[in-house]
Write a protein that binds this ligand. Structure first.
Ligand code: XMP
Length: 532
């Protein structure tokens, strides 16, 4: 059981890097979960974590009403690491002082750390000064308040030009406070520091591995499901595909996957999903593909408003799925590909507000006759889901697929969706993706300009062009390619000019109905990633 597993907990004070902290801990092969700072102490005790990490946060800890922690949290005998706000809070609660600084420390900062501290063991000196116990390293700082006096019992183990207490420790109580952010990659030796905390100070054995996750989850699912039947809405996206593969390994043909092809997928995508999960594929499961394109096209005819299109596609999806599940009859379990960021973002884990407003298969449970929902991936981050996918033998083109919205090409065609426009956008998009793949592989697979999401969209603009000696009045395709970490903000990816030129000339030459190709330079905000 995951709940019995050796774990570290992250207590979230609303910092922007809370999920990153948990991911970094898991990269040290230690299981980690995020909880709000409001979590009662009794619950924390019950969980018996091997370590506790307090995150950063936007408040000033000395202000009335600011998120806080009780003194008892530091008296449980469990090692605690405070980061930024968490560090200041630890110091304040235990008798130190925190004040507003005259200068804000922000960005990459030279920090002098004492390498005799277990926390900073192995941190390299960027000046290459090997004779001293003090190493100069670069860390990511982002704070206005600072610890002006460490709490009694603490010794200072790091400082900067402007910050007298950049880190402090009380080894006898296993308490550590760091003003900077080791979880951010700009902190050169940040991973080492977190490793030192979770593996050495907390003495976690590092048994969180994806191969053992697969083995244990397969055993748990088998035991839980028994001889029951499980239904899964398979979209071909990373999460539902990995879930299908996992459930197939656990329960084989007790699993039925329903794949609704709404005719708004990328070129050949429906066939690719069928090739992996269908009769000819390597997985033991029941696969039902429903080709429902005409139904979706009929309902979308004449509709131009983006949110209306989204709604129609969502509703029709549920209807198709409902009809199919009626044919299958009652099932015992409905499987869902919920993953850990969904759990945290929906407010069940940490402190962050609800971020996602769009769901791929929202509302399905209301329409299917089942006893219980199972969500075997709900503890995993996306990169862990991908590792599980590889572990289960899923092809790389599925495991590393870029995100694709539930309403599909329906929201990549501005204005009315018609079969002809879908054809145009599928062809243009296939060319764009093909050329990006060729260019990327000629630069070793992952060049610095590689976008995190890229696609062709169809604008609703027709304009005059000339083809041979003929005047044309055709559509303009927009190429969108963005670099982003969280899809909340994004910048246009700097695709090399020659690649763009080649894509443009191929699209205009090969796709009928297009005489102009544009590259969308906009950032998010003010634009969004999708055009609708
Ligand atoms: P936007 O366009 O909001 O996109 O900047 C952010 C990320 O979300 C995806 N997206 C959607 N996904 N249903 C989905 O399942 C939707 O309606 C939807 N709209 C946008 C988008 O592809 C990007 O990854």
């Amino acid at each position: 059981m995951i709940s019995d597993r050796e774990k570290v907990i992250v207590i979230d004070f609303g910092g922007q890097y809370n999920q990153l902290v948990a991911r970094r801990v898991r990269e040290c092969n230690v299981y980690c979960e995020i909880y709000s700072y409001k979590t009662p102490l009794s619950k924390i005790k019950e969980m018996a974590p091997k370590g506790i990490i307090l995150t950063g946060g936007p408040n000033s800890c000395y202000e009335e009403g600011a998120p806080t922690a009780s003194k008892e949290l530091f008296e449980l005998g469990i090692p605690v690491l405070g980061l930024c706000y968490g560090a200041q809070l630890m110091q304040l609660v235990l008798g130190g002082s925190v004040e507003r600084a005259t200068v804000r420390e922000y960005g990459k900062t030279d920090v002098y750390v004492n390498t005799n501290s277990q926390l900073f063991e192995g941190v390299s000196d960027l000046r290459d000064n090997r004779d001293s116990d003090e190493a100069m390293t670069v860390c990511w700082m982002s704070h206005f308040d600072y610890i002006s006096k460490a709490a009694p019992g603490f010794e200072i183990i790091a400082h900067t030009k402007d910050c007298p207490v950049a880190a402090a420790q009380d080894v006898s109580r296993n308490l550590y406070a760091i003003q900077f952010h080791p979880e951010v990659l700009h902190t050169v030796d940040g991973k080492k520091m977190l490793y030192n905390f979770v593996r050495n100070i907390c003495a976690c054995s590092g048994n969180w591995r994806m191969d053992s996750f697969v083995e244990q989850t397969v055993a748990q699912v088998r035991e839980h499901v028994g001889s029951g039947r499980v239904l899964l809405a398979l979209s071909g996206g990373v999460d539902s595909s990995v879930l299908a593969a996992l459930l197939s390994r656990a329960i084989g043909r007790q699993l039925t996957c329903v794949f609704v092809d709404h005719g708004l997928l990328r070129k050949n995508e429906g066939d690719e999903v069928e090739a992996v999960f269908g009769k000819e594929g390597a997985f033991d499961l029941n696969f039902i593909r429903i080709n429902a394109a005409d139904r979706f096209y009929d309902r979308l005819a004449g509709v131009t408003e983006p949110e209306r299109k989204r709604k129609i596609i969502g509703e029709e999806f549920i209807r198709v799925f409902e009809e199919e599940s009626k044919k299958i009859g009652s099932v015992d379990y409905l499987a869902q590909g919920t993953i850990y960021p969904d759990v945290v973002e929906s407010g069940l884990g940490g402190e962050s507000a609800v971020i996602k407003s769009h769901h791929n298969v929202g509302g399905l449970p209301d329409y299917v006759d089942f006893k219980e929902i199972i969500e075997p991936l709900r503890y995993l981050f996306k990169d862990e889901v991908r590792k599980v996918g590889l572990e289960l033998g899923l092809p790389e083109n599925i495991v590393f697929r870029q995100p694709f919205p539930g309403p599909g090409l329906g929201i990549r065609i501005i204005g009315e969706v018609t079969p002809n426009k879908i054809h145009i956008v599928q062809e243009a998009d296939a060319i764009f993706r093909e050329e990006i793949a060729i260019a990327a592989s000629s630069e070793g697979g992952n060049p610095s300009w590689m976008p995190d999401q890229y696609f062709a969209a169809l604008t609703n603009m027709q304009s005059v062009g000339v083809m041979g000696d003929e005047r044309t009045y055709d559509y303009a395709v927009a190429l969108r390619a963005v670099r982003t970490v969280d899809f909340m903000t994004a910048e246009a990816a700097p695709i090399p000019w020659d690649v763009l030129q080649k894509v443009m000339s191929r699209i205009v030459g090969e796709v009928r109905g297009v005489n102009r190709v544009m590259f969308d330079l906009s950032s998010k905000p003010a634009s969004t990633i999708e055009l609708e």
